[in-house]
Design a protein around this ligand. Structure first.
Ligand SMILES: NC(=O)C1=CN([C@@H]2O[C@H](COP(=O)(O)OP(=O)(O)OC[C@H]3O[C@@H](n4cnc5c(N)ncnc54)[C@H](OP(=O)(O)O)[C@@H]3O)[C@@H](O)[C@H]2O)C=CC1
Ligand SMILES: Nc1nc(=O)c2c([nH]1)NC[C@@H]1CN(c3ccc(C(=O)N[C@@H](CCC(=O)O)C(=O)O)cc3)C=[N+]21
Length: 292
């Protein structure tokens, strides 16, 4: 039980929102004269990655798309991985390519990402798609940031002039979220591990996005009363029962929910949106590739 008082915040239900989004995608896929295909590449046997890849494959098939899973051994060489990416680039049945990160240490992820055709880059990680996003041009936007902005748009249809603080500056999450919030006319501040007085900065945020990978780092007294809190973190920590783990975000949820106006839970918040947006990006890529 929480000792932090009553939960005041309204919960943003990413699970329900993503189910709705997937239903819309399935309806659109059913009307296409071709079947969109998503290829997911997993190198090594990290148990957490395996679960994500299995979930992705299941949901891909559920919306009527083709799922191609490529599981490679941990000792795969850079050359073999690059050769697979090039094969997928050339395969007309494949409209989206996702290489699960992180890769084993002996592999060069930057070089692998650079080999993905920007037209099939459903993670939005290539320099071309990152550049399009920064320039405000149409392209493929990283799935987690896209999921966050869809949840925000639904609750805050006009974000003009709101102060947004994004904690975390990775290419996959923090940077693209900041770009999208800027497009929504927020005043955006990006924070990271070198930021001075992070709690005080966070207290200025009308919209606070936590994408740091530190379990429950953002405390209740870092949050402006009534603010909207988006918790991107997925951290596995020891659970109440010995030997079992549980999932927590980057925000101390109970404390934060007593202060915030709107908040995403973990699990059931941003996570399910990521997969739904991966399918949405695959549909977007397929329509562009087939429309030529
Ligand atoms: N829900 C979902 O679908 C997804 C969730 N995630 C989760 O989101 C989180 C972030 O992922 P990702 O961006 O890939 O992680 P990275 O490790 O790539 O980046 C973490 C960022 O957080 C910053 N940071 C780390 N510690 C602190 C600190 N103590 N104070 C302030 N800033 C800090 C780092 O700063 P610096 O740059 O200075 O080092 C860095 O910019 C993780 O928990 C990950 O599991 C990721 C992808 C999808
Ligand atoms: N190239 C690449 N792109 C990614 O987008 C990418 C990646 N690599 N590597 C790993 C991270 C992590 N990630 C998640 C996806 C879904 C959930 C998700 O569905 N979460 C559920 C619960 C999951 C559970 O219970 O384990 C939830 O939050 O409710 C979480 C995390 C994508 N990532």
């Amino acid at each position: 039980m929480s000792t932090e008082g009553t939960e005041l915040a309204e919960i943003i239900n990413g699970k329900a929102f993503s189910a709705n989004l997937r239903a819309q995608i399935a309806a659109e896929v059913a009307g296409l004269p071709y079947q969109p295909g998503l290829a997911v590449v997993l190198v090594g046997d990290d148990p957490a990655s395996k679960v994500y890849v299995a979930n992705k494959a299941k949901q891909t098939v559920e919306v009527g798309m083709a799922s191609f899973e490529h599981k490679l051994p941990a000792e795969t060489t850079q050359e073999d991985l690059l050769a697979l990416v090039r094969r997928l680039n050339a395969d007309p049945k494949v409209h989206g390519i996702l290489v699960q990160l992180p890769l084993p240490k002996h592999l060069n992820a930057d070089e692998v990402i650079a080999a993905i055709s920007p037209d099939k880059d459903v993670d939005g990680l290539t320099v071309v798609n990152a550049g399009r996003l920064a320039a405000g041009l149409p392209g493929l936007v990283p799935c987690t940031p896209l999921g966050c902005i869809l949840l925000l748009e639904d609750r805050l249809p006009d974000m003009t002039g709101l102060n947004a603080v994004v904690v975390g500056r990775s290419n996959l999450v923090g940077k693209p979220i900041a770009q999208l919030l800027l497009q929504k006319n927020c005043t955006v501040t990006m924070a990271h591990s070198r930021t001075k007085d992070l709690p005080a900065l966070c207290r200025t945020a009308d919209i606070l996005v936590a994408a740091v990978g530190q379990p429950e780092m953002v405390k209740g007294d870092w949050i402006k009363p009534g603010a909207t809190v988006i918790d991107v973190g997925i951290n596995r920590v020891p659970g109440a029962v010995e030997g079992k783990t549980k999932l927590v975000g980057d925000v101390a949820y109970q404390e934060a929910a007593a202060v915030a106006g709107l908040i995403t839970p973990v699990p059931g918040g941003v996570g399910p949106m990521t997969i739904a947006c991966l399918l949405r990006n695959t549909l977007t890529a397929a329509k562009r590739l087939e429309g030529r």
